[in-house]
Design a protein around this ligand. Structure first.
Ligand SMILES: *[C@@H]1O[C@H](CO)[C@@H](O)[C@H](O)[C@H]1NC(C)=O
Length: 271
């Protein structure tokens, strides 16, 4: 009250003719806006409840309780779609052991399936450390849903060894992981931005995917490979991961081959 008074007094002191004229337009606009708001509050929505929710007497006065939580009714269990199940591959290389554990713990949910892989560039101590971590973890043991590819492969980023490693993990998950709905391959440094399962906020991955058709595919693919026939199918690319024990990038040789005819080539992107 004291403060309000002070402002008011200052306004009066500073006012002069010009100031007063300057204030006419905002004042008129303010009045129009207030009148419009007043008019809106008299409108009602289709079900007869007041249009502006803040003017709802029970929302303001809180008929029984002012909190919206008390007005939420739990959804009957039978109408909930069955929770989706994810199969994860989390892979890393030398020095990624701890990061991979952190990602695995953040992604962990008893309903999902997990395969972890540290490639052959990681030291055997590092791989043993991860193996022990998976083996000794009480919850992983209880649900038996985390597996490690112990016989490590050498994986070259972008190379066929990367695809082979991904397919290897998918094969393990298909064979031993039971029924799951979606396969997600991540690297140790991919830390999730949403939780797997968040009971209170319903903004988590499991909840979001509950309502999606289970045969939905996030990989867009086509056999119409266009320019890629020349630039991707004909060059010969060597992946050192196939023959060497040391990691090196893929490289191109000068010869080209004709497009293979034994199988059809597809190209895809994640959508
Ligand atoms: C997932 O696997 C595909 C095929 O091997 C690969 O191209 C992609 O980079 C992988 N993604 C991650 C995050 O490792």
């Amino acid at each position: 009250m004291k403060k309000l008074r002070t402002y008011y007094t200052q306004f009066r002191h500073n006012s002069n003719q010009a100031m007063e004229r300057k204030w006419i337009l905002p004042l008129a606009l303010g009045s129009i806006v207030s009148l419009f708001l007043l008019f809106l509050t008299t409108l009602t929505s289709f079900d007869g409840s007041p249009f502006l929710f803040f003017y709802h007497p029970s929302a303001v006065l809180g008929g029984s309780s002012p909190f919206v939580e008390s007005q939420l009714k739990p959804i009957p269990v039978s109408t909930l779609p069955p929770p989706p199940r994810f199969a994860y591959l989390i892979s890393g290389s030398a020095g990624d052991g701890l990061m991979l554990r952190r990602t695995l713990l953040a992604l962990y949910h008893p309903l999902n399936q997990y395969v972890v892989h540290l490639d052959r560039e990681a030291s055997s101590e590092e791989r043993l450390g991860l193996q022990k971590f998976v083996k000794d973890h009480q919850v992983f043991n209880k649900f038996g849903n985390v597996r490690m590819i112990v016989k490590a492969n050498l994986v070259t980023y972008r190379g066929p060894t990367m695809v082979a490693n991904t397919l290897h993990a998918a094969a393990i998950l298909l064979k031993e992981g039971g029924d799951w709905d979606w396969f997600i391959n991540l690297s140790a440094s991919d830390y999730p931005l949403v939780t797997q399962d968040d009971f209170h906020y319903f903004s988590d991955l499991l909840h979001t995917f509950s309502y999606l058709p289970r045969d939905l595919n996030f990989i867009d693919h086509t056999s119409n490979i266009g320019w890629k026939e020349f630039h991707r199918a004909k060059p010969i690319i060597i992946d050192p991961g196939l023959y060497s024990l040391k990691k090196a990038d893929v490289f191109w040789v000068t010869q080209r081959r004709s497009v293979p005819t034994a199988f059809k080539l597809f190209t895809g992107k994640r959508c």
